[in-house]
Every structure is written in structure tokens, then in C-alpha cells.
Ligand binder design. Structure first.
Ligand code: NAI
Ligand code: MG
Length: 371
């Protein structure tokens, strides 16, 4: 039905064909991924994009049925056939289940998606004004899980974890942060923004961890300074992570792009999501050098599954984000605009935002606004 709202020829020679992997996963992942598909199918024909979709399996329910959470076939199709992908959500068992580990974590590793990019933008009239993007390093820091427990001389236990920061991983995440600051600027012609000048805030704790976080800070700064022409328009800032948390809640409007090592990035990005009203509107993308997977930040939400009221906006924004990383910022801007217009009108909203509309009604309203 959504498809009929806008029609375009799929036979024109000038159309660019793109294949998108759809990985709904568990729970409301299956309700929101169709939103991303509907948006892509109904993008204005002026962009000349034609989408083909391939449904791919992953998730805890799949694991319960087949013993595999992430089939090799899913990774193979993504690598060999797809130009981009959307991932819904997966459920995690509350107690350890032998043989199960999160398919999205495995997918990030197998696809080389070293950055987790999470834009947090406020909903008109809800919470504080905020328009920031957290760029989290996704492969190292304390999350390499090199931990051990041993006995001290007095017989009590000691646990240790390695925090590893490398120059190479920091260089690529810093570059990504500066590039995003510039890319966002190019979208700003059409999308309302809080920031007239792009900035990147490097978050660290190098006053205490002078070697590890010291290296992170030093490399981020060096990457900036080594590219004066390219990064000319970007303001470089630094913030120690504890005061970053304080300032992010006191004056979130001042932050544009924030780059952080894995652990701080994880904490900051969930904290920032609390600033904007509902998990149902916060998107993310898992990004590498050649591939991006859009993923709503929320989980599988078993409490609302099957009721038809999941907010599709996080997925719709994740779809735009995926397009941005695929190099299509113009259609991405049109999607962001359509979402902002839906939110600004304050009429067709799902219950998490205080409305009483269904998932499909919100999708249809946003599709109608794509132009
Ligand atoms: P959750 O994000 O699924 O839900 C938290 C709360 O937000 C619930 O009240 C839910 O109804 C609401 N909510 C989430 N998304 C929404 C949407 N689109 N529209 C309206 N309301 C929405 O987190 P929870 O409950 O802690 O976890 C449920 C399951 O999801 C667990 O198995 C957990 O492990 C998994 N999970 C998976 C993630 C992923 O796939 N990346 C991330 C977070 C949790
Ligand atoms: Mg987290």
C-alpha cells in the first residue's frame, strides 16, 4: 500500500540500483524494519535510486530454532551482494545460554564496522534542544575483554582488565569524526540544526590515564592538525569524560560531533539518548570503510511486541544514516526533514511519544512527507 503512494519507473537506464540487506532479528525488530524498507521504496524519483531488498536471518529466536544466531549465509550475502543493510534488534537471554553470543557484536566484527555512530537530536518540544553525533570507537579499549582474575598474596581475589588504545584505530575513528562534522555541515542547508559552525569534541581521561587516553587525545589532535585545509572549518575541542557527562546534561546544545574511545562512547551515547524523549527515535549506524549497517538504538521491546505501536522513527533515521554513509546525503536529508516535520506537527505519534497512532500510521505520514 505504501508503495502506491509514489510510483517511479524501475526500468530507466539512469537509475542506480542498490541492494539492501534487511535483518529484522527479534521482537519489534520485525515491526520496524519494514519502515526502513517503505522509506527507501518511496524516495522521490529525482534521486534516481532503485532499491532491491534481501531478507537475512539473525537473532536469538533463530538460535533457539537452529542453534545459530548469525548464519554464515547472512554474512556472505552482506559481503558479496549488498550495498548497505538495516538491522532491527535482537533479544538477549537474561542468563547465560551455552553457545549463544550476540549476533550484532559478531556482525560488527566480521564486517569490519569499527565505528558506532549515534546521532541524538531532540524532538520538538520534548526535553532539551540537542543535535549531536557521538562517534564511538568500536573495536578496542577495555572492551577487548582481556581480563583475568587471580589471588593476591593475602588470598583475596584480584581482577584485571587490559585497556588497549592503538594509534591506528584512533586515527581512523578521528578521521571519521572530522568527516562526519563536515558531512553534517553539507546536509545543514536543508535540515534545521543547532550548530552554525561544526565542531568535534575529543573525550578522554588523559589527566589520569596519561598513556592510554593520552594516546587517544594526542592522535585525535594530530589527525586534526595534519589536515589543516580539509578540516579548516571545524572547531577542535576537548573534554574530560566526567565533565563531559556533566556538560552534556547541563548544556547539550553546545555539542556537535563527539568522539570517544569505546567505553566512554558507550556510556555517553546511552546517556545522550535520555535527553530526547524516547529510545524509539534514536538511530545508529555501524560503520566501516566500505559498509554501513543502520540500526535503531532500542532493543526488541518484548513489552510492546505485536501491538503495532512500535515507534518506527529510530529505524527511519537509521535508514537515512545508512544512506549518508553510502554517499547519498541528499535523500538522507529529505528523510530527516520528513521525520522532523512529522514530529513538529505533533499529531501522528506512537504512544511512547504521548500519541495514539500505530506504527503504520507514522510510517505512512512520514512517507507522505518525502519530497
Ligand atoms: P528495549 O530497548 O527493548 O526497551 C526499553 C523500553 O523502551 C521498553 O519499555 C520498550 O517498550 C521501549 N521501546 C523500545 N523501543 C521502542 C520503540 N521503537 N517504540 C516504542 N517504545 C520502544 O530494552 P530492554 O527492554 O532493556 O531489552 C529488551 C530486549 O532487547 C533484551 O533482550 C535486550 O537484551 C535486547 N536489546 C537489544 C539491543 C540490540 O539489539 N542492539 C539493544 C538493547 C536491548
Ligand atoms: Mg550501550
Amino acid at each position: 500500500m505504501l508503495r502506491q503512494l509514489r510510483s517511479f519507473s524501475s526500468t530507466s537506464a539512469s537509475l542506480k540500483n542498490l541492494k539492501i540487506g534487511l535483518i529484522p532479528g527479534d521482537g519489534i525488530g520485525r515491526e520496524v524494519i519494514p519502515a526502513g524498507k517503505a522509506i527507501l521504496e518511496n524516495l522521490p524519483s529525482k534521486f534516481g535510486l532503485n532499491f532491491e531488498f534481501v531478507n537475512l536471518d539473525a537473532g536469538f529466536e533463530l538460535f533457539q530454532k537452529t542453534g545459530t544466531a548469525l548464519p554464515d549465509e547472512t554474512v556472505k550475502v552482506l559481503k558479496e551482494e549488498c550495498d548497505g543493510a538495516l538491522f532491527g534488534a535482537v533479544s538477549s537471554p537474561t542468563t547465560k545460554v551455552a553457545g549463544y553470543s550476540s549476533p550484532i557484536v559478531a556482525l560488527r566484527k566480521k564486517m569490519g564496522l569499527y565505528a558506532n555512530v549515534r546521532p541524538v537530536k531532540s524532538v520538538e518540544g520534548i526535553g532539551r534542544p540537542v543535535d549531536m553525533v557521538i562517534v564511538r570507537e568500536n573495536t578496542e579499549d577495555l572492551y577487548i575483554k582481556e581480563e583475568k582474575t587471580y589471588k593476591a598474596e593475602d588470598g583475596t581475589r584480584v581482577a584485571e582488565a587490559i585497556k588497549r588504545i592503538t594509534e591506528s584505530a584512533t586515527t581512523r575513528i578521528a578521521k571519521m569524526a572530522y568527516d562526519i562534522a563536515l558531512k553534517r555541515q553539507s546536509i545543514r542547508g536543508t535540515v534545521q540544526s543547532l550548530h552554525s559552525v561544526p565542531s568535534v569534541t575529543v573525550t578522554h581521561k588523559s589527566n589520569v590515564l596519561s598513556q592510554s587516553d593520552g594516546l587517544f587525545r594526542e592522535v585525535c589532535k594530530a589527525v586534526y592538525e595534519a589536515n589543516p585545509e580539509e578540516y579548516n572549518g571545524i572547531e577542535y575541542k576537548e573534554q574530560i569524560v566526567d565533565s563531559m557527562v556533566y556538560r552534556m546534561f547541563r548544556e547539550p546544545e553546545i555539542f556537535d560531533v563527539v568522539v570517544a574511545p569505546n567505553l566512554y562512547g558507550d556510556i555517553l551515547s546511552d546517556g545522550a539518548a535520555a535527553l530526547v524523549g524516547s529510545l524509539g527515535v534514536v538511530p545508529s549506524a555501524n560503520v566501516g570503510d566500505n559498509f554501513a549497517i543502520g540500526e535503531p538504538c532500542h532493543g526488541s521491546a518484548p513489552d510492546i511486541e505485536g501491538k503495532g505501536i512500535s515507534n518506527p522513527i529510530a529505524t527511519i533515521r537509521s535508514t537515512a544514516l545508512m544512506l549518508e554513509f553510502m554517499g547519498y546525503s541528499e535523500p538522507a536529508a529529505v528523510i530527516y526533514e520528513a521525520v522532523d516535520a512529522n514530529l513538529a506537527e505533533d499529531k501522528i505519534k506512537t504512544p511512547d511519544l504521548g500519541g495514539n497512532s500505530s506504527t503504520n500510521e507514522v510510517i505512512e505520514d512520514i512517507v507522505r512527507r518525502l519530497n
